[in-house]
Design a protein. Sequence first.
Length: 174
Amino acid sequence: MSEIIEHRLPVALLEKSIQSGSEYGWRQDDFLEVIEAARKLQMGIEGGLVQYVFDEGTCELYWLHYYTEDIKIGENWINYCNRTAKEATEMFQQIIAKRNIEKEALDNFTLVKQQQENGVVLENHKLFIISFEDKKPAPVAPINEKEKEKERSRDRDRDRDRDRNRDRRPKKPR
């Protein structure tokens, strides 16, 4: 069984999380604290988006997202974690400053309108989903054709040597 990466976060932050399917989300007031904790734990931030989660269903405002760029060629993991935390934070802050999230939810989802009409406090159902990632190797620059041919030649030599040595092994008696 693989580890659930979110479980690496401090217990106090996990207790504030709300699961939406297999995703974890936090309230607006907790978002920056979660991002900073993940950065300190060297967890990459893939990004996320805004959702309204109700017992009756989930309304995903997929256009209000804070996805980060993939790891770059030659970028080390710590720099990647720092960069993605910064990117997610900046995009989150832009959404908060420039968008009326509740109005957009009301304009786009009948379920959100129904919940408001039933007296539900929409703010209590607004989540900021965050997706994390574990350490993975940084991509390497592609090698040129000369280097590829050298690599193929080394592979052929290694295979030839292995085949020669195979013939030198003692045979089992019959």
